[in-house]
Design a binder for this molecule. Sequence first.
Ligand code: UD1
Ligand code: CA
Length: 454
Amino acid sequence: MTPLHVVILAAGQGRRMQSSRPKVLHLLAGRPLLSHVVDAANALNPARVHVVHGYGGGIVREAMSAADVEWVEQREQLGTGHAVSLAMPGIPDDATVLVLYGDVPLVNPDTLHETTTLAAGGDIMLMTVVVDDPRGYGRIVRDPDGHVLGIVEERDADDEQRTIAEINTGILAAHAGRLRGWLRGLSRDNAQGEHYLTDVVALAVGDGLSVRTVPPEAIEEVLGVNDRVELAALERFQQRRLAENLMRDGASLADPTRVDIRGRVSTGRDVFVDVNVVFEGEVVLGDRVNIGPGCVIRDTVIERDTEVRAQCVIEGAHIGVACAIGPFARLRPDARLSRDARIGNFVEVKNATLGEGSKASHLTYIGDTRIGRDVNVGAGVVTCNYDGTRKHETVIGDHAFIGSGVMLVAPVTVHAGATVGAGSTIGKDVPADALTVTRTPQRTIRGWKRRRKG
Ligand code: UD1
Ligand code: CA
């Protein structure tokens, strides 16, 4: 099989973004534009992906350090042809080269696959599309029989050519050895004084090759991002698509336009997601999970039959089967809940495990804590895990009952079956199966009068 090399052009500064951040690092569905393109390229199983960067190259490389790509620097932007030619030394002659763009994020691997297989046959492949308003784009010039003759840029086009509605998306695939030759033959004799990649098409035609064109399935696949208005439009398109995927996989959305997915969500069947929910990172929802309105859920697994009520913020948690969370609960990284656990309103849980059937229903902080099964944590309980320098652990055994307003000063262990009386401050281990209480005696001063104001 012909090896595939993908060249992603990403050297543009993107002035119209009005940003100090390189354009390709702006986020779409929670990820940099460029990482969408790299993922689409990788879906084609290429031998190598080459990214041509320029402005903000160091920042781009750092932000994309997890991506397995070849970085190529283009110091001066001398045109798309020049940019591709810089990547060519790393590409063998027998390869197929596919050119993509760091600011065209929603390219579809299926369409690209078709493009590259056709190019492997020796022809040059262009992705083109007919649009209502072709202004600004390169136009596809064909002979009367419909054969492509070349591409003419808007600024170099005559009045007649400007009426052509078929435009160049910029996505192109060609045989590497031939492309290398054509790139050497490019001149800068044009309106912008640049090496146009698009000129290789006429050179290919001159060599007797035929040029084939492939349309995208949806126009959004080939739309570039030039400013924040275009970015927002693509974001809505992508969100709609992600919401539809989620519905097809078995989740009902109260309103598909009011859920945002900034990462990947996998869903079981008969899941329900209410309005204004934001998913980030990797989220897994089991069968019949119910997510209330206004929740933010990041990098979390929620097992089947669990209900997350309104306005919860959940990050890095693992929630077991048939739990009930919220409303207004906050689960922070490494909150791990076993089945039937309950976390109520204004409860914060961080790096803590709750055993089966354990509950903390109101106004409580549970941090660095191991809680056994069937434990009841009353209202206003605090695990005082931080002494100003270090974090300490609290351990609470099975069937313990922690009364309201208890301060558990860690490190401390409450043994199984213990009851801790309301309002106690506990700094020493609590024995099993007994009542422990620290409370100053209540006094009443009779005849005492409150001072009056004024
Ligand atoms: C290009 C095409 C045009 C097509 C349009 C689609 C050329 C000559 N023209 O025009 O036919 O209709 O895209 O959007 O190719 N880039 C570099 N280095 C450079 C120049 C550009 O990396 O030296 C990158 C830019 O970051 C950008 C992309 O290539 O992502 C396209 O460059 P741009 O200058 O926007 O090309 P257009 O004039 O829009
Ligand atoms: Ca452009």
